[in-house]
Ligand binder design. Sequence first.
Ligand code: SF4
Length: 268
Amino acid sequence: MLKFSYSQINTFSNCPQKYKLIYIDKIKKPHDSIEAFLGKVVHEVLEWIYKEKMSYLIWDSIEKKYTEIWKEKWHENIYIAPIRKKLDTNHFKKMGLECLRNFYKNNQGPYIDFKNVHGVELEIEFMIDEYHFKTIIDRLDKFENRYEIHDYKTGKSKTHDDLKNDLQLFIYQKAVESFCDKNKKINLNWHYLKESSKNKQHIKIFKNEDDLICHKRNLLEKIDRIIDARKKEYFPSNPNFLCNWCYFWEECEAKKQYNEINPSILAK
Ligand code: SF4
């Protein structure tokens, strides 16, 4: 049975060939971009914070944890994209720490509030119509009258308007709706951790019925396109800006040429 996820749908929209290599041919690459690595380390530290639930959490413990995880998880296949070649590993390491510092500052560190945390890194399987989905939610808070879904981003920030049509939020909402109390409202919270100001960092969204209908239509159209491509076995490559962070050097002709001209740099 096909299982969909946001990243699968997004990958197909950006490059059908990449979708085929990952989800049909099931090719696994050991490579990580340094941005993806940084994101994983920051997420792991946040998971630790919300699992430990310390009533008084000093900044030094977070910095120590970040350094430990960075060191422990570092591996020999981390790359800096050609487009970022003027930057080095240290730059990215500091950026990750800055993300955590911004979060700490805007969440009342050292007195971070844990009392409504329902779960972290929640894996949820659910259906949208006849389609099976799988997703992971960074954090879910439960209140008497509502749920708050939280997602942390270490990449480029977006505004409230940019997020109006974002399908990731819709998929998270459907995931929580699949098991939650129907009388409770669901709010969606995006945390753009590179932003130090609270207004830019924390974007909260509530979807009304019209939004949900429109998102569902949009999502089902994307799924139809994937199913159609699978039937026709037609997965053209789509060379674009994101090729900078794609590691199918041997498998994709576009990447092979691209990487010969402007290769990614092994991070040290
Ligand atoms: S290198 Fe670019 S064109 Fe090739 S699979 Fe990756 S994203 Fe697609």
